[in-house]
Ligand binder design. Structure first.
Ligand code: ADP
Ligand code: MG
Length: 361
């Protein structure tokens, strides 16, 4: 239905200031033809600015932006290829549909330069099961319908590159998953090279071939979704996926002493400061651990609550080394219903695959 040309997008050593604020700091990102890359990061990390620079809505100050090897903007050069000649499709957070135009007219607005034949809008609407909406106005549509119309409008001119800024943030939680799935199908079918901005790690994990994590204008990690989750390059990336227990201290003899026992720190030298993060999901709790508790620490249950799919436990160590900067309690989230009595003693262990150690020096 869409079949745009597949194009490569490259941002090289891009930096951008707003007055004194360095919003983007020497960022290099490549998106291969047909690839779906997510820019993931907290609010204010520079995601929208990067997207606007790629689109040409913001004048590039430093670095280079190229589409299929052709430079569309270079820092220090006043002349840039304007947005409408970059072959990019844009979709913003608020969809920005024209309120005074019908659905068909909104989509048609994107159809310039004769890129599609006249019947395209009708066929595209029919393909997305939206044919009955063509003559309606945006305010009469649900959030999910508006989202699909905005996506269709962005895809209408057969863009080489699709740029999406928080495309699901306006939707209710229950709608979001369905719309995400539909968006994924539409984009996969079109094969268009896509760069999407989100602050939601789950959306990025679901949609992306590759995730670029931004922190304060810099790239913190550029990797596949599975790598981002299993081998996070920065404490910020561990915290993005939910609560984590954090233990700071000094490495002695290849281990860091924590409230969960000694954690191996093979790559960090003796006497160096380190930070260990153990996801709340990564705490194993047992009443009778195998091997009589080897590798486990004895803990007292302070709180145990069923949250639904998981149970929440707050545990206090009764023994073991607790360093000064470490918290005295441990938060655990266990799948299913697991509510040992308050005040009882159980065993806890940090699962290796959910434990991450970072050098601080
Ligand atoms: P994100 O999309 O990740 O939330 P933005 O790219 O919007 O982040 O913003 C990055 C930083 O640049 C923030 O500190 C923000 O306040 C600042 N900023 C963004 N746009 C402007 C602007 N037009 N004028 C001044 N500062 C801006
Ligand atoms: Mg933004």
């Amino acid at each position: 239905m869409f079949r745009p040309p597949m194009r490569r997008l490259e941002l090289t050593n891009v930096s951008h200031c707003f007055g004194e604020t360095l919003a983007v700091d020497d960022v290099t990102i490549g998106v291969a033809p047909g690839e779906f890359v997510c820019l993931l990061g907290p609010s204010g990390s520079g995601k929208t600015t990067l997207l606007r620079l790629a689109a040409g809505l913001e004048t590039l100050q430093a670095g280079r932006i190229a589409i299929d090897g052709r430079t569309v903007a270079a820092g220090g050069h006043a002349r840039q290829i304007p947005p409408e000649r970059r072959g990019v499709g844009l979709m913003f957070q608020d969809y920005a549909l024209f309120p005074h135009l019908t659905v068909a007219q909104n989509i048609g607005f994107g159809l310039h330069n004769g890129t599609r034949d006249g019947g395209w809008i009708g066929r595209a609407l029919a393909d997305m099961r939206l044919a009955h909406l063509g003559e309606r106005y945006p305010h009469t549509l649900s959030g999910g319908q508006q989202q699909r119309i905005a996506l269709l409008r962005a895809l209408a001119p057969a863009p080489a590159i699709l740029l999406l800024d928080e495309p699901f943030s306006g939707l209710d939680e229950h709608l979001r998953q369905r719309v995400r799935q539909e968006t994924r199908e539409i984009i996969a079918e079109s094969g268009v090279t896509t760069l999407m901005v989100t602050h939601n790690p789950e959306a990025a994990m679901f949609l992306a071939d590759r995730i670029v994590v931004l922190d304060d204008g810099r790239v913190a990690q550029d990797a596949t979704p599975v790598e981002i989750y299993t081998a996070p390059a920065d404490p910020l990336i561990v915290r993005m996926f939910g609560p984590a227990n954090e233990f700071g201290g000094v490495v002695r003899d290849g281990v860091l002493a924590t409230a969960l026992g000694p954690i191996p720190t093979s790559e960090i030298g003796n006497g160096k400061r380190a930070l260990c993060l153990v996801r709340a999901d990564g705490i194993e709790v047992s009443v009778a651990p195998p091997g009589g508790g080897a590798g486990f620490v004895r803990v007292r249950v302070e709180t145990a609550r069923v949250l639904g799919a998981t149970s929440y436990l707050l545990l206090e160590p009764t023994e073991g080394t607790i360093s000064e900067r470490s918290p005295s309690t441990i938060e655990a989230r266990l799948p299913g219903i697991h509510v040992p009595p308050t005040g009882s003693e159980v065993w806890a262990r940090a699962r290796g695959e959910q434990t991450f150690v970072f050098a601080l020096d």
